[in-house]
Design a binder for this molecule. Structure first.
Ligand code: SAM
Length: 234
């Protein structure tokens, strides 16, 4: 049946995503810098400034991978002297989390302020109303059911808690889109091959960006999940 076909496709996507990040974990941070010329660091810094955590922030960073967002959070609260804060990094892939834990130790972060949990964004292993902030950076496009991810975000957040998503989107100017397509389809898999010795996972990454819903549709999905106030920055 059509339904049966969809189900197979969906579980295939989940497995494929899992395999991709299993394979790229060791080179993930290096590849991020290479593919974006280091620009992903600026986007993540900006994202943390937008979050502007205060005292008592309990953050859940979903699809948190090797900890880039969590470490920015810890640096931010340390610099500002904010008290009683904690971040939980949740990711479906144990290999990514392992790299994150090693980085965390090397960076000297306080282990009391950070925890690592293996879990699926579509079915989070946390109680209702556990956190007052939720972040997901370059992660939601890898999930099979975006609506479930949003529902789960709403469930684990306390009333008044904030959901923040950092993600690639479509380019509105068609000339810019053309340049971007050339770069992403022709250059990124080559970089993957040259730096990490792998072509396929990087081809997948490019495709997953292409297939992500456009801004308007994504906005509707966020509103449908129950989030009443929405703010988009491009
Ligand atoms: N947030 C990190 C960053 O910005 O550097 C990592 C982003 S990485 C591109 C995407 C991450 O999403 C991977 O670590 C992958 O394992 C994770 N992921 C994919 N599907 C997931 C799911 N259903 N639930 C939780 N994490 C998932």
């Amino acid at each position: 049946t059509h339904f049966g076909f969809e189900t197979v496709k969906e579980s295939e996507k989940e497995q494929k995503v899992h395999k991709v990040f299993e394979n790229v974990a060791a080179d993930y941070d290096l590849m991020n810098d290479a593919m974006s010329f280091g620009v992903h660091r600026i986007w993540k810094d900006y994202f943390m400034c937008e979050l502007s955590p205060t005292d008592n922030t309990k953050l859940l960073d979903v699809a948190g991978g090797t900890g880039d967002i969590a470490f920015r959070f810890l640096n931010y609260i340390k610099n500002k002297g904010h008290k009683n804060c904690h971040v939980t990094v949740c990711d479906i892939n144990a290999n990514m989390l392992e790299v994150g834990k090693i980085r965390s130790r090397n960076l000297g972060h306080d282990p009391e302020k950070i925890s690592w949990t293996e879990g699926n964004a579509e079915k989070l292993p946390f109680e209702d109303n556990t956190f007052n902030a939720y972040t997901i950076a370059f992660g939601i496009r890898n999930c099979t059911h975006i609506d479930k991810v949003l529902e789960e975000a709403y469930r684990v957040l306390q009333p008044g808690g904030r959901f923040m998503c950092l993600e690639f989107s479509n380019v509105e100017n068609s000339y810019a889109q053309w340049i971007y397509d050339q770069y992403s389809f022709q250059v990124i898999p080559v970089l993957g091959q040259l730096i990490a010795g792998q072509w396929k996972p990087y081809q997948y990454l490019v495709e997953s960006i292409r297939q992500f819903p456009n801004k308007e549709l994504f906005r509707t999905m966020i509103e449908e999940a129950g989030f009443p106030r929405f703010h988009m920055k491009t």
